[in-house]
Structures are given as C-alpha cells and as structure tokens.
Design a protein around this ligand. Structure first.
Ligand SMILES: Cc1cc2nc3c(=O)[nH]c(=O)nc-3n(C[C@H](O)[C@H](O)[C@H](O)COP(=O)(O)O)c2cc1C
Length: 253
C-alpha cells in the first residue's frame, strides 16, 4: 500500500512507477482525507510506503496531518518513504520518522529523488532550466529500479539529501513555513480563458470558477499546480511569479 501526495506530478510519477513494479495499491492522500478514510486493512506481509514532495525541508503539512489519523489493523513489517525535492530535504526524514512513531509505526527506509523544482512563490525561487530539469528526471528514472529492489527486498536505506544547515532549515525555516502558506496572493490575469484547468488540477479542490475566473477558497497548500498547469500562464502569485516559467511532470516532453 502506497500513500502519496503530489501537486505537480513529480511525486505522482515516482509513486505510480513504484506501485506498478510492486503491484501495490495507491492511495492519494487528499482523496482519502476527503473521504475520511483513515483506517486500513493490511494483507499479511503487506508493505506500507509514503511518497510526497519536500515542502520547506519537511513533509507537507497535509501529509503530516493525514498520518496522525492513520490506523492499520495489523503491524506492517516494512515501512518506507520516498521524497521528491528540487535539491535537498534537510531532516525531513527525522520529522517523518517521529510522526510515524507517534502512530506506532517504524520507518525502515527513506529514498530521495531530486526532481525539477516547482516552488516559485518567493523572489529568487524559480523553475529549473529545461536541460537541468531533464537531467534530474533522467537520473531519477535511472534510480527507480534500485529503489524498487530495496523495497522488494525490505532493505534498510537512508538516502535523504540534507543540504547545508539541515537542522536550521527543517527546525527553524520549515517550522515557520506554515505562516507563509496562503492562496491570497493568487490571481488570474486577463489572459485567463476560463478553461477550468486550475479547478481540475488542484489536489485540494480549493478552486472554483466564479464569473469565469478562478477563485481560491483558503485551504491551499501552495503546491503550485494551478500556476504551473495554466495553459495561458495566466495565474500569478502576487509579484513573486512575474516573469517565471512553468513546469509540471510531463510538460518537458
Ligand atoms: C511549497 C513548496 C516548498 C518546497 N520546498 C522545498 C525544499 O525545502 N527543498 C527542496 O529541495 N525542494 C522544495 N520544493 C520543491 C519540491 O519539493 C519539488 O519540486 C517536488 O518534486 C514537487 O513535487 P510534486 O511535483 O509531486 O508536487 C518545494 C516545493 C513547494 C511547492
């Protein structure tokens, strides 16, 4: 069983690739949350995995909130996590391990895939140049078989890429990140053609069209799916996204 979250498709690609190889069930966390589905029955020897993007050197808040409510009918004998990140995840594995411990689960392995960056909501933060994005994807695709083999063999792994000052990033910047997460700065420019793509790609169903324009409803996680998928590049986040490009998994092909 694999629980996953993804805004722009990087983590979905990793989760789906692993699930396909292992013939595992996939559960999209926002959907399970909407259905209030927190109790799961495990088959004998069934592994449990989690796949999500790194948000400010931590697991996304919605993943942590979901995990706190999770319950299994039996103790899984192998638990793994795989993160995708633009460059590094600090001590996100420590945070997640502790969150799992709180519900009585161990963590046997953590895997890390460096994928194209999607975070554009701050000055100076932008998407990767196409060649760099392609290289990251190629390396991640090449890394997948080894990860699948580790999971199949139920091996321990510790792959987190920590980057510089991981403690400071995870415990200071990451902890304070929540107060920066908001959908208030999002708006659609006159280039908007009311196609509704933003509505359909929002994993949290946080967007509706009002008089043909997107309206955000305040329970956003800043995954930036709406910004990146807009076919007219009409969605902006205050002044932070001015002049920046778009990326979602598959858009580079
Ligand atoms: C809100 C937010 C915060 C992010 N923080 C980090 C970070 O701390 N470190 C990092 O390397 N990448 C960071 N990223 C980049 C994503 O982790 C990366 O692009 C990821 O692969 C996106 O996954 P997705 O396509 O499944 O949504 C952040 C992205 C977002 C949207």
């Amino acid at each position: 069983m694999i629980f996953y979250f993804s805004g722009c498709g990087n983590s979905r690609f990793i989760a789906e690739s692993i699930a396909k190889e292992l013939n595992d069930r996939l559960i999209f966390i926002p959907e399970a949350e909407r259905e209030q589905q927190f109790a799961y029955t495990l088959a004998e020897n069934e592994r449990v995995g989690f796949v999500f993007p790194i948000y400010s050197w931590r697991p996304p808040a919605l993943v942590s909130a979901f995990v706190r409510k999770l319950h299994f009918d039996r103790h899984p004998d192998y638990v793994w996590m795989a993160v995708t990140c633009g460059s590094n995840g600090g001590h996100a594995d420590h945070v997640f391990r502790q969150q799992l411990e709180e519900i009585g689960l161990p963590l046997h392995a953590d895997f890390c895939f460096v994928m194209p960056n999607v975070y554009v909501n701050m000055a100076g933060m932008t998407i990767d140049k196409p060649a760099r994005a392609q290289r990251k994807i190629a390396r991640s695709k090449a890394h997948l078989p080894a990860v699948v083999q580790h999971i199949r063999d139920r091996e321990a792994a510790a792959e987190m890429r920590r980057g510089a000052f991981p403690g400071f990033k995870t415990n200071v910047i990451g902890k304070g990140f929540g107060k920066w997460v908001s959908d208030e700065p999002f708006f659609a420019t006159d280039a908007c053609v009311s196609c509704g793509k933003c509505v359909s790609v929002c994993p949290l169903q946080n967007i509706t069209l009002e008089e043909g324009r997107p309206k955000w409803h305040g329970h956003c996680t800043n995954c930036d799916a709406c910004y990146h998928h807009c076919p007219q590049h009409a969605i902006q986040f205050g002044k932070a996204t001015k002049g920046k490009g778009q990326y979602y998994f598959g858009s580079e092909e």
